[in-house]
Unconditional design. Structure first.
Length: 530
């Protein structure tokens, strides 16, 4: 038995949702690399999460894929109790939580049913934070419990990026030990100490710059998260190549990352090396280029038939669905809504990253995806759309190939996402919009609510109220009335022509004007069900 991590009883780990652990996005990612995994959008899957914490991640997945079965295991009684309470209140029947040590997770016997194995094993935020013995159990469970088509996601802290973070952790640990009664006070003191240090070391030195960057990163993190990041007894970051040796030693095999890495601009020398290097060597070089701190690697059994070191193949896109968060603009930065521009087109992500497109068929696809955002359409549907909207576009394999290659490149810079089917959400607001039961339950309790894109989003009071009103029974009039009640209950002051509004009729008119746009916004964030 590994020791009970009582630190998690003193300070529960925040209940995060990890978008890249979504089995449907994992299935699409590995498909590009030649692996045909089960997909919960089309068939019931079995999903195991090791070290599931308070199970927020697993609960969101279980709500997205009601036909699939989910099992979460965690050593912390407090985490499991919190997760179970949520499951009971939600009345979910496709998720089971077990309190226990990874070390005690049973090894299947020779006669055990292959159907009892898992299509997905998720291990997020655990591998680097447990002793060697527990790490070996994680790998054993992946090897023994993955089905032949199964995929595991293991996240881990990586070098060289953790070199600087590790140094700060050592400074913080030297500075103070944990106050038994007030663990979060320890975090606050550690932050103050680091702030003093960062202020004293001149910016002109590399060391001063590093301290300041690390301090700023610390300031953006949740205190409970920081407590565990800085004070857990074990934290062993590793190089990607070390991780590969560890998994290959137990007959597991790397396929790809759960998302494409942002690779900064490269010198001619690095470009030459990257072009000729095999996949695993290139992945390690990317970590050196990006000073990477974290990976979420996708892994299969060595006997799965997957080819080691296989490259992404744009041909696979023919079988996939695509979605995008981008908005489209013409050369003068005028937003494009329904027609292609004469010349180039600029696309921009919500985070500000942008790209310029020149190919007409790629422009047509991206404009279509921006119109149906955040929903997904199949490559085939998008191709038919290209033929219908791009004058003179030839229906040939050569043009389709160029389009697929363009789309793969756009995915590599986070402008496109791949899926294995239509997403369980709608971009169109129906007459009686419906938010998921989970979103309604969360919105009534907390300001962080999980979307149908498996993303946790911080919302204001008004948006939470609107999610509660989107129960599949209320039409537009009832939602407007509900928002009027919210405005008067909360004492929200609306302005019209620079004056506060007191006339109830004008108030209703103003609220009624805003509600359709707000509902559209909910749909764009992925909160409305199909
Ligand atoms: C850093 S938290 C990560 C929680 C969650 N997976 C996430 O990424 O948000 C690590 C979790 O692993 C659990 N854990 C640590 N050692 C364990 C063990 N030997 N067996 C089962 N769970 C363990 C802890 O209780 C804790 O909930």
């Amino acid at each position: 038995m590994t020791a009970l991590p009582s630190s998690y009883e003193a300070v529960p780990y925040p209940d995060f949702v990890h978008p890249r652990t979504n089995p449907e996005s994992i299935a699409a990612m590995v498909r590009l690399f030649g692996v045909s995994a089960a997909c919960p959008l089309g068939e019931p899957c079995r999903v195991l999460e090791l070290g599931c914490g308070q199970a927020g991640n697993l609960i969101s997945l279980a709500s997205l894929f009601p036909e699939s079965q989910f099992l979460g295991v965690d050593l912390s009684p407090g985490h499991i109790a919190a997760g179970q309470l949520a499951i009971d209140e939600l009345g979910m029947t496709n998720i089971e939580l077990r309190q226990g040590d990874l070390a005690d997770f049973p090894t299947p016997g020779p006669g055990d049913d292959e159907r009892a194995k898992f299509d997905y094993v998720l291990v997020h935020g655990v591998y680097s934070w447990v002793p060697e013995e527990a790490r070996q159990h994680i790998l054993r469970i992946c090897r023994d419990h993955l089905s032949r088509r199964g995929v595991a996601l293991i996240s881990y802290n990586t070098l060289p990026g953790w070199q600087a973070k590790g140094l700060v952790r050592e400074i913080i640990q030297y500075h103070g030990s944990v106050h038994p009664g007030e663990p979060l006070q320890t975090v606050r003191e550690a932050k103050r100490f680091l702030a003093d240090l960062a202020e004293s070391v001149p910016d002109s030195t590399g060391y001063g710059k590093m301290l300041r960057e690390q301090f700023q990163a610390l300031c953006q993190s949740d205190e409970a998260y920081l407590f565990h990041e800085q004070f857990e007894a074990v934290n062993e970051p590793r190089y990607f190549h070390q991780f590969i040796s560890e998994i290959e030693a137990v007959d597991l095999q790397f396929v790809c990352e759960s998302s494409f890495a942002f690779v900064p601009s490269q010198s001619a020398g690095i470009q030459r090396r990257m072009q000729s290097a095999p996949l695993l060597e290139r992945e390690q070089t990317i970590d050196f280029l990006c000073n990477r701190t974290f990976r979420q690697s996708l892994i299969v059994r060595s006997d799965s038939g997957a080819q080691r070191g296989r490259e992404a193949d744009s041909d696979a896109i023919s079988e996939l669905f695509l979605s995008s968060e981008v908005s489209c603009f013409d050369v003068d930065d005028v937003p494009l809504v329904d027609s292609l521009p004469e010349g180039e087109m600029r696309i921009a992500n919500p985070d500000g990253a942008s790209a310029t497109l020149r190919g007409r068929s790629t422009m047509a696809v991206m404009l279509r995806l921006s119109q149906i955002r955040p929903a997904a359409e199949s490559f085939e549907q998008l191709w038919q759309h290209v033929l219908a909207t791009v004058a003179g576009c030839e229906d040939s394999n050569a043009v389709r190939t160029v389009l697929r290659e363009d789309l793969l490149q756009l995915a590599q810079v986070s402008m496109v996402r791949f899926h294995t089917g239509p997403l369980p959400l709608t971009h169109a607001v129906s007459a009686k919009p419906q938010a998921s039961q989970l979103a309604q339950w969360q919105a009534a309790r907390d300001n962080v609510v999980t979307s149908r894109l498996h993303q946790a989003i911080r919302l204001d009071e008004a948006t939470r109220t609107m999610i509660g009103l989107c129960n599949g029974e209320n039409g537009l009039e009832e939602i407007i009335t509900g928002m009027m009640q919210f405005v008067s209950r909360e004492g929200v002051s609306l302005q019209h022509e620079g004056q506060p509004v007191t006339d109830p009729n004008l108030l209703r008119t103003l609220v009624a004007e805003k509600v359709p746009a707000n509902l559209k916004n909910l749909a764009e964030m992925g909160f409305l069900e199909r």
